[in-house]
Design a protein around this ligand. Structure first.
Ligand SMILES: [Zn+2]
Length: 275
């Protein structure tokens, strides 16, 4: 089954607009998944996590998490690096308690280093993070995201290679790939190539539990500017949905449009309509 997730609490969530209220609202709207946006910080109350977990389970809402933005696993500064590793570990640990299956992480910036050097640094940091897996987050996937700016570590190959090395799966964001390449990756053929490469690295079965992002996006020569509504963008989103359907992709696609529930439902309904 493929689920379309709203990126955070729906706009129409009643106050106090917390994650639990958001899950209830998503359910009422007919949405079946939600990405929890811990992009500024990760809450640390185990009781609250238990409340999220039981609510999502009761309402059959699949949960994923977006980890804090303040992460650079390629930082040459030991303090920044240790803090980055800790933020990722905390996001993964709290996700375990909240019942989320996968955590999206922006891995790093190149900082002018050759991509190979950055890869080595991110790989060593990943090893440190995963040392804590069996104790703190045995059931949660660490999903490195494909990033929207050429200054950011996170090409499709980089995140696939890392994922293969550590037995993980990435957050592939075709909107970011579209922005990073200043307008490519917006056709059926290119998305098929993308999924072919994914399959080549991670195996055929891996396309049955994806954690993806999608939305419209504004971009320029320096890549991503910001996410925009599907229908105001140049994204050939209906063609993208057709590829998902034809290849029988399963898992979660998070709709990162600023319209939140409106575009999540637009995607879910259009997907359901396709043969
Ligand atoms: Zn992201």
């Amino acid at each position: 089954m493929l689920r379309f997730a709203v990126a955070g609490c729906p706009h129409s969530t009643p106050p106090p607009k917390g994650t639990v209220e958001g899950i209830h609202r998503a359910k009422a709207l007919g949405i079946t998944a939600m990405e929890i946006e811990w992009v500024q910080s990760v809450p640390k109350s185990p009781e609250r996590m238990e409340e999220i977990r039981s609510t999502a389970r009761k309402l059959d809402i699949t949960l994923t998490v977006h980890a804090p933005y303040f992460v650079n696993l390629n930082s040459p500064d030991p303090i920044t690096l240790a803090a980055s590793i800790q933020r990722v570990v905390t996001a993964l640990s709290m996700s375990q308690l909240a019942g989320a299956r996968s955590v999206c992480v922006h891995p790093a910036f190149y900082l002018g280093m050759p991509p190979k050097t950055a890869y080595g640094n991110v790989s060593r940091a990943t090893e440190k993070i995963l040392k804590q897996k069996s104790k703190l987050f045995p059931d949660v996937n660490l999903a490195y995201e494909t990033m929207g700016k050429p200054t950011q570590f996170g090409t499709l190959e980089e995140v696939l290679k890392l994922s293969k090395e550590f037995d993980l799966y990435p957050t592939v964001d075709p909107a970011h790939m579209h922005a990073r390449t200043n307008g490519k990756i917006n056709t059926t053929e290119e998305w098929n190539d993308m999924f072919d490469l994914y399959e080549k690295y991670l195996g055929t079965k891996s396309l049955k539990y994806v954690h993806m992002h999608y939305s419209g996006i504004a971009y320029g020569p320096k890549g991503e500017k910001h996410h925009i509504p599907l229908q105001e963008s140049d994204a050939r989103w209906e063609d993208f949905l057709a590829v998902l359907k034809r290849r029988k992709i399963e898992g979660t696609v998070v709709c990162e449009s600023p319209l939140l529930e409106a575009d999540t439902l637009l995607m879910a309904r259009e997907y359901a309509r396709k043969n």
